[in-house]
Design a protein around this ligand. Structure first.
Ligand SMILES: [Zn+2]
Length: 377
């Protein structure tokens, strides 16, 4: 087959032109695709950006405080209701919330001289705490003043003036209750010289070791304060100690109600250093004598106990039925006693807080502070 040589006639199949056309259309298509792709990407970015828009931009404008604050005297806008409390399985419906904070109770201050530490019904007198004799020591001689329902071993016996009517009243009540008039008072107030003679006489007859078991050294006897009484029963021509005589059980039982307690017991001997003395009663006041007796503590131990109660921290309550508890906040009972200790301050005086308009008694402890007894109700 004879084919014409190229170039003599238009070649409908000019391959070079066709190629150029094809190439041109191919470039245009790619360009369109790229533009389309870019458009799609751009749209996608706009959509994503719109979705991720910062939510804080959506918070509506908060009206200014100044604008919404009511004028003085207007009602404040109601607060939104509180969120529901989170309940747990351990929730106790009886729980009423934490205790109210303890605040200082109302008080007035009584200023006392630090020398008064050696005076009062609660002073501790023993071999380590000698009695400090005051300039004046009012005593009442029993002879000529006492009721006729008990007897005296000598006419010189006297007692602390404030204590005498209480003691006399106790023996009147004893006589009324039992019909017994056989109490014999053998000792009350003693001067230093009287105690000195007594002690030296006992040392001569029994030796120093035994004498010191029964007779305090001069200056260290409770009798110096007029707050101690020795008494027995005199019947059938002889003396009986109270535990030996049936009617005297009334005194043993009721003496604390009048403020007296048995000072030297067998149990206390290790601490007091004194032999048991069933005849020696000490006056301290009703709530204290009852506590000492019921707690079965000796006076030295009782002083240690009272020092744990202070006005600011914890005070001892003695309720009307004789039971005790400590102050719970400041909810005090209507009746009974409140007792606390105040250490003496540096210097010449000590400020002692007491409840306003209360009936109270302040006694030195003859050591380092004061014991306050407040009558409640
Ligand atoms: Zn005595």
């Amino acid at each position: 087959m004879n084919y014409n040589s190229p170039g003599h006639r238009p070649n409908p199949y000019n391959t070079q032109a066709t190629y150029r056309q094809k190439r041109t259309s191919s470039i245009t298509g790619a360009l369109l695709c790229a533009i389309l792709f870019l458009v799609v990407i751009l749209v996608a970015l706009i959509v994503i950006a719109a979705r991720n828009k910062n939510p804080i931009d959506d918070v509506p404008d908060i009206p200014s405080v100044t604008d919404s604050t009511p004028a003085s005297g207007e009602d404040l806008p109601a607060l939104p209701p509180p969120a529901d409390p989170i309940m747990t399985e351990t929730y106790d419906p009886a729980f009423i919330g934490p205790p109210a904070p303890i605040t200082e109770p109302d008080s007035v201050i009584v200023t006392v001289s630090n020398s008064d530490i050696h005076t009062g019904n609660l002073i501790l007198i023993n071999k380590d705490h000698p009695y400090v004799f005051p300039d004046e020591q009012p005593q009442t001689t029993l002879y000529g003043n006492k009721s006729p329902v008990y007897q005296l071993s000598t006419i010189s016996i006297s007692l602390n003036k404030s204590l005498f009517p209480i003691f006399d009243g106790m023996l009147v009540d004893f006589s009324k209750a039992t019909g017994c008039n056989k109490v014999l008072v053998t000792s009350g107030y003693r001067s230093y010289d009287f105690q000195k003679d007594l002690y030296e006489s006992r040392v001569k007859s029994q030796g120093e070791e035994k004498a010191s078991l029964y007779v305090a050294l001069p200056g260290n006897s409770e009798h110096h304060a007029g707050l101690a009484i020795d008494m027995v029963i005199f019947a059938d021509g002889r003396q009986y100690y109270f535990p030996e005589y049936e009617d005297a059980a009334w005194i043993i039982e009721n003496a604390p109600e009048y403020g007296f307690f048995l000072r030297y017991t067998e149990k206390a001997q290790e601490i007091t250093g004194c032999a048991p003395e069933p005849w020696h009663y000490r006056y301290v006041g009703a709530p204290h004598a009852r506590l000492i007796t019921d707690m079965d503590r000796c006076f030295e131990e009782y002083h240690e106990y009272l020092r744990t109660f202070t006005w600011a921290e914890d005070r001892l309550l003695v309720l009307s039925d004789g039971t005790t508890e400590t102050t719970d906040g400041f909810h005090l009972p209507d009746a009974g006693y409140m007792i606390y200790y105040v250490p003496s301050a540096e210097g010449d005086t000590t400020d002692i807080p007491v409840p306003p308009e209360s009936q109270y008694e302040i006694s030195g402890d003859n050591d380092a502070g004061f014991i306050v007894t407040v009558k409640l109700g």
